[in-house]
Design a protein around this ligand. Structure first.
Ligand SMILES: Cc1ncc(COP(=O)(O)O)c(C=O)c1O
Length: 410
């Protein structure tokens, strides 16, 4: 029989998949190490197991103990799996920027979830770093994982992720590109790869609002670089011990909007349904296209699964509210261009007002032409219409001519 003794044994040996369409301006072969086939659907399963096993060896966790961690969700998921198998309790402390799906998933696997505000300094007592530390000091028989400074994190990637990439590319890899958060992935994989071939370039993806790129280039920890951002999993307002800045050749920053758009492109154009930091990483490769030659083999690592972002990146309303939708109309000619083949949508004064509402919603327009006896008599805007309906809800089911008359009397 061919089976695993428990779910932890299924971690690793993730596939390497060629990216065919998105990076068309990039001459090199781009291969994605897609970490979603891990049982917790992210690369973080690897380091979660390593951190717990090393803590057990060091006598830091006792049977029946409580594991506490500040986590954006993926590390929490990995920890949850190991806690289930080994019988520990788990408390995950998250910031309120994290998607609701991530929190629900953690609860589903038995973790207690504590949510803290994002818009406070790391050393503020309300920050998720501070809350996690405090809970650990107040809870008997508990252990604070601290994925930022716990070096078992990068060791996991040195021992598993790095060797897998080296073997899968038969040593032909020339560049490794990855989003940087705690720094475990970039530093562990980067160290292993550079030991095999010091010419391999290690490129970290950062985000606007994070300190990494400037610190790497100047050695200055510039607090002016810190502000709230949307991209999940990468960038920091601290310098985690796991980030080995000497291993990283360069950082590239990607905007929140581009990261979101490229996450959607990965799903729609490549069929690779992955998370927000993957969009940032692939866009970073496009931005750095000058660095890559035809024979280069660029490996990019995608940390987690797209299902954790269905309420955000993969939700049109969420994207539109932030001005992230690519198809946003920029000027009148863009609007006409996409409608040239379509019939003109209009509403007759004899129609019920509710028809205007349905048509506006269906076609995503905020104004609609009004026709009376075959002639154009003006246009109705959603603002005017809704404010009248709020005052007199019955108007919705009456003929539009009544609302139209009221509007012309204003
Ligand atoms: C979705 C996602 N992307 C990227 C990262 C960054 O990986 P690392 O912490 O190994 O630098 C994380 C880590 O939390 C993550 O959850």
């Amino acid at each position: 029989m061919n089976y695993y003794n428990n779910v932890l044994e299924t971690i690793g040996n993730t596939p390497l998949i060629r990216i065919n369409k998105i990076c068309q301006g990039v001459k090199a072969t781009v291969l994605a190490k897609v970490e979603t086939t891990n049982p917790g659907n992210s690369v973080k399963d690897r380091m979660a197991v390593k951190m717990v096993e090393e803590a057990e060896l060091a006598g830091l966790i006792k049977p029946g103990g409580t594991i506490i961690e500040g986590t954006s969700g993926n590390t929490g998921m990995g920890l949850a799996l190991i806690c289930i198998i080994k019988g520990y309790k788990l408390v995950c402390v998250l910031n309120d920027k994290q998607s609701k799906e991530k929190m629900d998933v953690l609860r589903a696997v038995g973790a207690e979830v504590v949510v803290c505000p994002t818009a406070v300094d790391a050393d503020d007592p309300r920050s998720y770093y501070s809350v996690a530390k405090r809970m650990a000091s107040e809870t008997p028989n508990s252990w604070y994982v601290n994925q930022y400074d716990n070096l078992s994190n990068r060791k996991a990637h040195y021992e598993s992720t790095g060797p897998e990439i080296w073997e899968q590319t038969e040593g032909k890899i020339t560049h490794f590109v990855v989003g940087v958060g705690t720094g475990g992935t970039v530093s562990g994989v980067g160290k292993y790869l550079k030991e095999q071939n010091p010419d391999i370039k290690i490129l970290g993806i950062d985000t606007y609002g994070s300190v990494f790129k400037k610190y790497h280039e100047t050695g200055i920890f510039d607090e002016n670089e810190i502000y709230p951002y949307i991209t999940e999993g990468i960038g920091e307002d601290i310098l985690p011990a796991n980030v080995d800045f000497d291993i990283i050749d360069a950082f590239e920053k990607v905007t929140d909007k581009d990261a979101a758009i490229y996450t959607r492109k990965l799903a729609r154009e490549e069929g690779v349904f992955v998370g927000n930091s993957a969009g940032a990483a692939i866009k970073g490769i496009c931005q750095m296209s000058d660095r890559f030659k035809e024979d280069d083999v660029v490996v990019v690592l995608f940390h987690d699964h797209g299902s954790r972002y269905v309420g955000k990146i993969f939700n049109d309303d969420w994207m539109r509210e932030r001005g992230f939708l690519e198809e946003e109309k920029k000027n009148a000619s863009d609007l006409i261009k996409s409608h040239s083949e379509k019939r003109l949508v209009s509403v007759a004064v004899s129609d019920p007002t509710s028809r205007a509402i349905v048509l506006m919603k269906q076609y995503g327009v905020s104004q609609i032409p009004v026709i009376d006896e075959g002639k154009f008599v003006g246009s109705l805007s959603d603002n005017e219409m809704y404010s009248r309906i709020v005052e007199t809800p019955e108007l919705k089911e009456l003929q539009l001519k009544i609302l139209w008359k009221l509007l012309s009397l204003r």
